[in-house]
Ligand binder design. Sequence first.
Ligand code: UDP
Ligand code: MN
Length: 305
Amino acid sequence: RVEARPGNVEYYHALMMFTKVDKSKGLQEKFQVAMRSMAKHGRFLEGEVLVLHFVSDEASREMGERMLPQLLLDAAFQYEVVFHDVTSLTEKLFPIVEAMQKHFSAGAGAYYSDAIFFLSVAMHRIMPADLKRIVQLDLDLKYRSNVRDLFQEFNHFPPGAVIGIAREMQPVYRHTFWQYRKENPGTRVGEPPPEGQPGFNSGVMLLDLEAMRDSTLYNRLLESGRVAGLAQQYHFQGHLGDQDFFSMIGMEHPELFSPLPCGWNRQLCTWWREHGYGDVFQLYYHCPGPVHIYHGNCNTPIPHD
Ligand code: UDP
Ligand code: MN
């Protein structure tokens, strides 16, 4: 008698924000490009499963459930889909991130609904403890490599690092930190690579949830007093959510972050080139090496290979 042996299944977790998708044709098109290219280049071993997590409202979830089977038709790997309700995640997040919201959100107040833009910051407190690693991905991406290879970057984290993230490829933090830079001539804060600290982009992130839970330093930085202190020290006022938080704490504690090669989040937005930073733009925008993922940020069209 032959018995079915389940064997050891290995799960690869990826999460995407997926809200108001039913209301935006543009977002639907980005979603299609992302999922089709992920399916096209994705390869996993036998016994491995890619788990796609979507944070959605009800209408977006219905649209996602309807579109995904078609988009992943060519996938030569096993996958599962999990939808998370944006309202219940927001409820859990708000008390943790409320204090930091005013430093990293647009507008004056800390709006309840903006808490979800800080999901990555406190994901380790929200998700079940048996979830140890997850990658968070934007929808405006086009994959040119196997997404499984991205997960291998977890194995290159230096000791003490809790998040893998690529640098920001525009001089946006040169701008945000202007006052600190004026008061601290010669600082690396906001300077271009390879010597400077240009800040981070949150379009592709590796969250080592286990390391985030275990890091005393990281969890201290979530305390409201610490965030306020650093924001004051750096004269920081941003509006880009999690990416601003990571960029600011990364200036003080770069060892918390494992630098992801720029080819894993090749941002295409050139907005700051035409808004006062044309002279230094290329120093930030330049990304040598292979492009694994294009990021069409600020609605920038992605080249057809
Ligand atoms: N997003 C969403 N609904 C929206 C707007 C954004 O779910 O109405 C998600 C989506 O995953 C998107 C991410 O939030 O990729 C970040 O937004 P976007 O990529 O437009 O920002 P950018 O990269 O241009 O700064
Ligand atoms: Mn994006």
